[in-house]
Design a protein around this ligand. Structure first.
Ligand code: 6GP
Length: 838
């Protein structure tokens, strides 16, 4: 039934064009196949069908989107502008069906056309416009903002090639270009009319204007056009559809006619290629930064486009920019967009005639900064030479910000010159650099970390000086994830089971999962829960069989899952040490009574990160031996799922019995995978790191497997001179494992293969695997014991889900709205668009 019938004697656009009953959907689907794709069913490919369905769904989004944009424009509302170099939004079709609440109608409509909805959903190629946690968080936040009716624009980059596709060849990662736009992207709409220009390079000159005011102008030596591509982001069962606006770089002229006229055809086209390079490819490095000029160009490009876009929007209804910070809240997703601080200053002063003081007030009011990492090597800095040659005017502005800031520091700490160099926006300890985190801190009115422990460590360590100086700017905003994608879409079985007991209000009020708690003591419910788990494990087992050719047992084997980017601090190799330890126990006593386990890994390594790639090879090599050893009798299986991305992760979280969150304490800012697992009823084995600390508080110590050094013990041990060799020589089981790796047991064709990994553990062990080894093994033994008691395990699993409600991204977004952005919800009425215009 149509829930939006309009007044009987007017044209019922909702019925004819965007109705959601089965007949209308079917008609729209075949119309799109015919008129948008130029195909009829007999010659249509699967992709044609997918596209036709996507267009059908998009039409229904667009109505809500137009209503939302019109509402925002008419009401002078405050808009959140999320500035992020990465968005990992994942496939859109399934999510949009859920948010529109039309899954069942569409399923029936396509079935009546002889097609299967799940097949069509699987056909979608996801936009891999991010690396990992930070980009996925941005996507969850876009979903929550729309669901909570918060006016928002997500600004970012439309990379032509997103994160590479990963293949595994002979155990090694191989990177394949991600041509995600190859078959077209039905979700985006180019808005060429909102194109802006961005300058790069050149020089500045000063002059006196007609009022005899000292002014500066920037004369760039190149300009690039930014063309926005918009993707509507619809909230769950609401009419709010916000905009994800991603910028594509284009040359100002397709041809440089001067070059063309002198016969230099290649030269003429070359300029186009050069400009368009800016948005060609995502840098595939997760946390360590890469100080490449093109990367700085990308950052400046999207930030300048976005700020110009905001100014244009603002001036469409306001006389001047005085109240810019009252109508926009710009959130810097890490330091990648922090050049925005200098760019907004430049736009206000050089283009819109503001004086420094007022421009600075507006800038600070507008921006807020989220830090996402404690790793020192991930703190962005740009060499002065590079920075000055690309952004000469911005460097001048940064010098002036710094001059004024250091003046304050001098007054604040009159007798301490060391403070000056510690606080300076310019690192002068060796080669000179601009410190982007310092720029973000001084240019923002709020600074936050992404989990309690992370924010504490920021205050104590990485940003300590800034905290002492402006404690009022600092807040914590623990991350969250959207239950729409991470439960409803990924785990329909669990969704149904929960809803059968407590209704479906939890989907937007996740704290209501608490109502499940009493059912943990209900044997029938525990049975149903166990069956549900079995079902989703079977689903994953089938995929593994198909994808990796490995048979795993969903019925008796504990699914022990470790999926995330591959990084030494995340310690996938500590997990491997445990696998080998179990293998050795079996080898010594083939009849040992052992809890069967399936170890499942997934994740990409940065292509230039040698050690991470070697860890992938190690996992696969150990798998090769363990999976094929007859003594093991299938009790241990090791699987590496290739090409871990949003699509491939969705069937993984629901199927986990055990979630591996084993980073060295003090290194993982928050984690969000940890939340997805526990929400889906996995138990966690983890260190006291990132959001694990809060997860454990919520689910209860007795429902969480804790091991390892605490953050302060890690730094203490480091400062006292940590010696991994002592752990190696005093622990027999550990020594055996390490010796096996280095002797080539897992790499018979090349016994030295893993030497770099072993050497790094024995002589350096930056991430303290050897120090945590025994504690990890003991904890894993407790896990196995606990798993033998299925009934109690199920109880713990239910309690995990029931107590994880606060990790919804809705909760996180509410906190940002209240404490940082000062924005209100703006409900959108669904009006018939034609009538509204008339
Ligand atoms: C990640 C953090 O490593 C992860 O712990 C956190 O959950 C996530 O951000 C979202 O806050 N950081 C990055 O991906 C990154 O690139 C610069 O940080």
């Amino acid at each position: 039934m149509n829930d939006n019938l309009t007044n009987g004697n007017q044209i019922q656009i909702e019925d004819d064009r965007t109705g959601i009953d089965v007949q209308t959907l079917k008609r729209a689907f075949s119309d799109n196949l015919f008129y948008a794709l130029g195909k009829f069913p007999e010659i249509a490919t699967k992709n044609d069908f997918y596209m036709a369905l996507a267009y059908t769904v998009r039409d229904r989004l667009l109505r809500r989107w137009l209503n939302s944009q019109e509402t925002y424009l008419k009401q002078d509302v405050k808009i959140v502008c999320y500035f992020s170099a990465e968005y990992l939004i994942g496939p859109q079709l399934g999510k949009n069906l859920i948010n529109l609440a039309i899954v069942e109608q569409v399923r029936q409509a396509v079935e009546e056309c002889g097609l299967n909805l799940d097949d069509l959903i699987e056909q979608e190629e996801e936009p891999g416009l991010g690396n990992g946690g930070l980009g996925r968080l941005a996507a969850c936040y876009m979903d929550s903002m729309a669901t909570l009716n918060i006016p928002a624009i997500g600004y970012g980059i439309r990379y032509e090639f997103g994160i590479f596709d990963q293949e595994i060849c002979e155990g090694w990662q191989v990177e394949i270009t991600d041509k995600w736009l190859r078959y077209g992207n039905p979700w985006e709409i180019p808005r060429t009319e909102a194109t802006v220009e961005v300058g790069l390079g050149g020089y500045t000159e000063s002059f006196y204007d007609e009022n005899n005011r000292y002014r500066v102008r920037w004369l760039p030596d190149r300009t690039v056009k930014g063309v926005p591509y918009d993707t509507p982001i619809l909230g769950y069962k609401t009419n709010t559809a916000n905009t994800l606006r991603l910028w594509k770089a284009e040359a100002p002229e397709s041809f440089n006619f001067q070059a063309f006229n002198v016969g230099d055809y290649y030269g003429a086209v070359n300029e186009k290629t050069y400009s368009e390079n800016i948005t060609k490819v995502l840098y595939p490095n997760d946390e360590p930064i890469q100080g490449k000029q093109l990367r700085l160009e990308q950052q400046f490009f999207f930030v300048s486009c976005s700020l110009q876009d905001m100014i244009r929007l603002h001036l469409a209804t306001q006389e001047n920019l005085d109240n810019f910070g009252e109508l926009f809240a710009a959130q810097l997703n890490d330091t990648h967009p922090s050049i925005g601080v200098a760019e907004l200053m430049r736009l206000l002063m050089d283009v819109h005639d503001y004086e420094w003081e007022q421009a600075w007030e507006i800038t600070q009011k507008t921006f807020a900064y989220t830090n996402h990492t404690l790793l020192p090597e991930a703190l962005e800095k740009w060499s002065l030479g590079l920075f000055g040659s690309l952004l000469p005017r911005h460097l001048e502005i940064i010098y002036e910000i710094n001059r004024r800031f250091l003046h304050e520091i001098r007054t604040h700490y009159p007798n301490d010159v060391s403070k000056l160099s510690n606080f300076s926006l310019i690192d002068e300890t060796g080669e000179k650099y601009v410190r982007m985190a310092h720029l973000a801190c001084v240019g923002s009115h709020a600074i936050n970390g992404v989990a309690d422990l992370h924010t504490q460590l920021l205050k104590q360590d990485v940003l300590r000086g800034f905290y002492e100086l402006f404690p009022e700017k600092f807040t914590n905003k623990t991350n969250g994830v959207t239950p729409r994608r991470w439960i409803v879409l990924s785990n329909p079985e669990l969704t149904e089971l929960i809803t059968s007991k407590i209704g479906d209000n939890w989907i937007t009020h996740l704290e209501e999962l608490q109502q499940l708690e009493p059912f943990a003591d209900d044997p029938n419910f525990r049975n149903a829960w166990r069956q549900m788990k079995q079902q989703v494990k079977t689903r994953l087992a089938r995929r593994i069989e198909k994808r990796c050719g490995i048979t795993v047992d969903p019925n008796y084997s504990l699914f022990d899952i470790h999926v995330k980017r591959i990084h030494e601090y995340k310690r996938q190799h500590l997990n491997v040490l445990h696998i080998i330890t179990l293998y050795n126990r079996i080898k010594k006593n083939p009849n040992i009574d052992i809890v069967p386990r399936t170890f499942i890994f997934g994740g990409k390594a940065a292509p230039s990160y040698f050690m991470a790639k070697l860890i992938i090879k190690l996992i696969n090599s150990v798998g090769e031996v363990v999976n094929n050893d007859p003594d093991v009798r299938g009790r241990l299986k090791v699987v590496f799922i290739p090409d871990y991305n949003v699509t491939n992760s969705q069937p993984v979280y629901p199927a986990a019995d055990l979630s591996e969150q084993i980073s060295t304490a003090g290194k993982e800012a928050s984690g969000t995978g940890n939340m997805k697992f526990s929400l889906n009823g996995a138990l966690t084995i983890g260190t006291l790191d990132g959001a694990n600390v809060e997860i454990r508080q919520q689910v209860g110590e007795e429902n969480f497997f804790l091991f390892g050094l605490k953050a302060e013990e890690v730094s203490q041990m480091k400062s006292q001179g940590y010696n991994p060799w002592e752990f190696y020589s005093s622990n027999e089981a550990l020594r055996e494992v390490i010796d096996q790796i280095s002797s080539g047991l897992f790499s018979p064709e090349e016994s030295n293969l893993f030497k770099p990994l072993v050497d790094s553990l024995l002589y350096h062990d930056e991430y303290m695997l050897l120090a945590d080894y025994q504690s990890y093994i003991d904890c894993q033994d407790r896990v196995s014991e606990a798993f033998r008691d299925w009934d109690n395990w199920t109880r713990m699993s239910i309690l995990n889900t029931a107590r994880m409600g606060i990790f919804s991204s809705d909760r996180a977004i509410r906190e940002y709205c209240q404490d940082i952005w000062n924005v209100q919800a703006v409900p959108v009425k669904l009006e018939d668009y034609v009538q509204a215009k008339g």
